[in-house]
Design a protein around this ligand. Sequence first.
Ligand SMILES: Cc1cc2nc3c(=O)[nH]c(=O)nc-3n(C[C@H](O)[C@H](O)[C@H](O)COP(=O)(O)OP(=O)(O)OC[C@H]3O[C@@H](n4cnc5c(N)ncnc54)[C@H](O)[C@@H]3O)c2cc1C
Length: 385
Amino acid sequence: MTTLATSQAGTAGHDTGANIVHFEHEASIWLQANVSQYWRENRGALSEVEEVKIRGEWDRILYAGGYSGLSIPREYGGQGLGLAHEVAFASAAARAQAPDALGRIGRILTAPTLIEHGTQEQKDKYLNPILSGEHVWCQGFSEPASGSDLANVKTLATKVDGGYLVRGRKTWTSYSAYSHRCLLLVRTDVDAPRYKNLSVFLADMKSPGISLSPIKQISGSQHFSETDFDDVFIPDSDLLGGEGNGWAVAMTILKNERGTVEGAVRYIEIRADMDLLVNCCAKNGEYKELIENLDTRVELVKWQVSKSVARELDQAKFFSATAGLKVIWSDLWKEIANLGIKISCSDHRAHWRHQYLESRSASIYSGTNEIQRNIVAERVLGLPK
Ligand SMILES: Cc1cc2nc3c(=O)[nH]c(=O)nc-3n(C[C@H](O)[C@H](O)[C@H](O)COP(=O)(O)OP(=O)(O)OC[C@H]3O[C@@H](n4cnc5c(N)ncnc54)[C@H](O)[C@@H]3O)c2cc1C
């Protein structure tokens, strides 16, 4: 069997092809038994409250089943496996139409960043609750006047005895209302040069002085907010990677946000939408050529993800293989949803309406596609600025 993780020659380290095939097979059996039929039939047409509840439960089911934190070391509650196992699991999850974890920001962004930049105390304190589904995290990067230009954030942390006082406004903070902690990018020095003046904090979302103003999306969902910090105290122990080192920490976070595991998780959702289109909504054969084209491109997302796994040990090649992923999957998802809303069967109109509206934002969040194309042009293709 050729799997998502082994379809490219030469998987990294201990992740031999035979191990991965066996792992993916076992994961498929487990997923068939654990993904609820209710989710499969109604995903994309659920109320936000119900969706959040199912996804939060899924976090805990994953942990109990031993499928949380596959590439996180065992000492922190993970499985101590590799990237290829993460990707193999995503492949099996795509076939099973599994839910997306509510704790995805904690798992995909916070956990690897803690491992790279965190103190032992921070790793001990935060990794296990992320993996067990106990703690949901959000990301406080964007501000009303700086989204793409993150080096220009204005939220200020001022040093006080034992910690910092944070004042400012973040926006588009996804899942803030459900979050226990926030990866917070702030300015800690008003005089230092650009890129040397930032720090990242592991902020407690229940701290006095944090207030949320929900923002309603066009899809009807209200999962993000403006997030105000009014002299919020954050202890020194929750500074991640040292004062003034925020740009390096933020780059680690963004690398993971646009990387292989995220690409594999996105493949799960896009594959499920494509299957719905092919197996149900497109039954009459019209648009055959377009559907075949889209279906092939969904598999190319999978191919590109597995290509990056095969290049995991070579930083430059790994970066080249992952840099375009976000543009590929987000544009494709929009095209699939465009067709879905056009040819939906009567049973799936609500689903396609939701996916159509929701997919509009995919080329904006995690860094806009224009910015990502600039990165590919300059850093992968070596084109002039
Ligand atoms: C659904 C959703 C969820 C989000 N969740 C979060 C979250 O949880 N946490 C968080 O911090 N943020 C979140 N965001 C914010 C997101 O990261 C920003 O919207 C995004 O980075 C763009 O920033 P901006 O909106 O300020 O647009 P701007 O940066 O003002 O950009 C406006 C337009 O100009 C273009 N542009 C800007 N600079 C350049 C350039 N140098 N070259 C070419 N084109 C350029 C952009 O591509 C865009 O089309 C979310 C956004 C959405 C839509």
